[in-house]
Ligand binder design. Structure first.
Ligand SMILES: O=C(O)CCC(=O)C(=O)O
Length: 265
């Protein structure tokens, strides 16, 4: 089944840095992905080192206490997922948004534990996490495995940041790169925030410059999201030449020397 993005949705993505795509996947397609997703959460699929971590705390927290369970690179650790229905449909949509030549740069699972007011994903711009490259174009798909609501910490965007000439300055949130991966920037008093609650099987797609984050999970259920990020083939090649794979287990020298600074780019 092909998913057609309207001209209006394309314009929204390019002008405001994100777009909501209702029904990108069907409920049945999501249910099938959720079976594997939950195997990751139950740790039945092995994810080494810091690629299984908490994005709302430092690496020292016990896994059963993680507020935002983060699984980096699930398709690396469970190759059977490569080519799944989400990958197929998002690849087609990425080409509609950015043209041919966009490839998967990384994938990620972000699951907020029920009843955690600290399951807050700090405000950030994705480029602040990544090395600078000549072509920065990105389409990051954020698929709702559960309904994503104001109560359980749906995505929030500051669309005006797309037009800013430089990134906002970012700071490590819970210690340096050896202690935590999370970076954050400050919401300013005049920033207009748009919260985007979405249904199961809906996705948002955002670019590399839009500032975004999410609030805690005050509900009694999990908030599970499955993320796939597309960038151009040459950009991914440059990242890999630098030794940057989006794994939190990447060489610490590489992680220390990319991203963060902001303002200058
Ligand atoms: O899942 C969240 O709350 C944040 C996700 C995010 O920041 C991202 O996918 O870039």
């Amino acid at each position: 089944m092909a998913y057609r993005v309207s001209d209006e949705q394309k314009a929204h993505f390019h002008e405001r840095g994100y777009v909501h795509l209702p029904g990108l996947l069907t409920i049945d397609e999501v249910a099938e992905l959720a079976e594997t997703y939950d195997r990751f959460l139950r740790r039945e699929i092995e994810v080494p080192g810091k690629d299984y971590c908490d994005m709302a705390g430092d690496y020292g927290r016990a896994p059963e206490d993680y507020s935002i369970v983060n699984v980096m690179l699930p398709r690396r650790y469970h190759p059977a997922w490569q080519g799944n229905v989400f990958e197929q449909r998002s690849a087609d949509v990425a080409a509609q948004l950015h043209g041919d030549g966009m490839v998967i740069d990384y994938d990620q699972l972000l699951a907020k534990r029920p009843g955690r007011d600290d399951a807050v994903f700090a405000w950030h711009q994705d480029m602040a996490y990544w090395p600078d490259t000549p072509d920065t174009r990105t389409a990051t798909f954020w698929l709702a495995i559960d309904e994503s609501t104001l109560d359980n910490g749906c995505m929030r965007f500051v669309p005006a940041t797309v037009g800013e000439s430089s990134l906002r300055p970012h700071e490590p949130q819970f210690g340096d790169r050896g202690e935590s991966h999370a970076l954050g920037t400050t919401l300013r008093a005049d920033d207009d925030v748009v919260s985007v609650p979405i249904g199961v099987g809906d996705a948002t797609v955002h670019n590399e410059r839009v500032m975004h984050g999410s609030g805690g999970n005050l509900s009694d259920g999990w908030r599970r999201a499955y993320i796939l990020a597309y960038r151009s083939q040459p950009t991914v090649e440059i990242e890999r030449q630098l030794g940057f794979t989006h794994s939190h287990n990447d060489d610490s020298d590489v992680l220390e020397h990319v991203g963060i600074e902001g303002e200058s780019r």
